[in-house]
Write a protein that binds this ligand. Structure first.
Ligand SMILES: *Cc1c(COP(=O)(O)O)cnc(C)c1O
Length: 383
């Protein structure tokens, strides 16, 4: 094939065109720290879009997770159940509060936490279950919420991949558990460079969330005229982003439907072209369960072995296509193994060794997807 073909990156951040205009507006307004007009507009947009009772923007999803751990009063000695096949921040936030992480395996058919493996991990010290909606596909939330209710546990949904994705009808991911968190990192569908949000799904937690968000002060209540002093009332940190970030994000949120529709169009082309190879057993492609929607965050293959995946990555690289693997399972990480005995989580290990993400971004052309799928086919049929 032609060597002059342009490189197809794994990801390319999409700009709607309004970002710099809104940043200029924010800067010229003279209010560039956090919790201003653009922050309010983003929060209202997200609350309406997700039917969330309360959204607060954060500087990152990592920050939102750290807020969640403080808000749930996670303390040394507490245990938190989480999938191993996830990003470090999903659990590091709880470790910062002194929690012990108890890792659960992925489902056999999907990287999401295996809901049937959770209950046996619960002990008297368990405080929360973290679920990560991998690739924007819902975990089996009714089962997870049922277990949490039965044992009096909080549920934190890491919806970093899962903006505008739903479970059983119109139940937005990130709004079903006690707390949900989102990421607007440049690798996600809706971006702000670095950015995130937290959805507080229990009204009784909203007050304290605002305080933790603004450095442990009652600033929000003070400015609403509900307190006569602005003072230190709890622990907290500086979790809110500046108006510059919020202005960028607002341009993206205004165009969210268009962004999602275009990504979905590219996404759908992959299974259409790769299904015949999957049927031959070369690899598996994502199955979207009946209870989940697809927000086209990611398209991946699960190869038969790590060697085959390495060969495919090299084959695609030679064709100017950048395909990448994903998480190292956290139960095999050096940090975890320093303080814990090795455990075996076969599904998480298989996804770590065999899952390969193919390029997906707004500007990816259908012809690019055809070219990528042709290159995948070549690898499996010319070996
Ligand atoms: C991206 C990601 C995060 C962290 O998001 P940041 O906004 O970069 O902090 C957390 N969890 C998951 C599952 C992610 O993919």
């Amino acid at each position: 094939m032609n060597a002059a073909r342009r490189f197809i990156p794994f990801n390319k951040p999409f700009l709607t065109g309004k970002e710099t205009e809104y940043i200029r507006m924010a800067v010229e307004s003279g209010k560039i720290s956090g919790n201003g007009d653009f922050t309010r507009r983003c929060q209202e947009n997200l609350e309406a879009r997700l039917h969330s009772g309360k959204i607060l923007l954060t500087s990152s999803c990592t920050d939102a997770l750290e807020m969640a751990a403080i808000l749930l009063d996670i303390r040394p000695g507490d245990q938190v159940i989480a999938p191993s096949y996830t990003f470090v921040s999903s659990v590091n936030a709880f470790v910062l509060r002194g929690a012990e992480i108890v890792f659960a395996d992925s489902r056999p058919d999907h990287p999401n936490i295996d809901e049937t493996q959770i209950e046996k991990l619960i002990t008297p010290k368990t405080r929360a279950i973290i679920c990560v909606h991998y690739a924007g596909i819902a975990c089996e939330m009714d089962a997870i919420l049922g277990i949490a209710n039965k044992h009096g546990l909080a549920v934190v949904e890491d919806a970093a991949h899962a903006i505008a994705s739903f479970y059983r009808g119109d139940r937005a991911l990130g709004t079903l558990g006690t707390i949900g968190v989102f990421s607007f990192h440049e690798t996600k569908n809706i971006i702000a460079g670095e950015g995130g949000a937290i959805s507080i799904n229990k009204p009784e937690l909203v007050r304290r969330a605002e305080i933790i968000w603004e450095k442990g002060t009652n600033r929000a209540a003070f400015f609403r005229g509900e307190a006569d002093r602005y003072t230190w009332t709890d622990i907290g940190s500086s979790f809110l982003p500046s108006e510059i970030t919020a202005a960028f994000l607002y341009a993206q949120l205004e165009n969210a439907e268009q962004i999602q529709a275009r990504r979905l169009q590219s996404w759908k082309k992959y299974p259409e072209l790769l299904q015949p190879l999957a049927e031959k057993g070369f690899f598996s492609i994502p199955v979207i369960p009946g209870y989940a929607t697809n927000n086209a965050h990611m398209f991946y293959l699960v190869c038969r072995s790590g060697e085959e995946r390495a060969g495919l990555i090299a084959h695609l690289a030679a064709k100017q296509i950048h395909a990448v693997f994903h998480y190292q399972p956290l139960h095999r990480s050096p940090f975890y193994l320093k303080g814990n005995n090795p455990v075996s989580l076969p599904n998480a290990e298989r996804f770590a060794d065999c899952l390969l993400r193919l390029p997906l971004y707004y500007e990816l052309e259908l012809a690019d997807v055809e070219y990528i799928c042709e290159a995948v086919k070549e690898y499996y049929t010319q070996k």
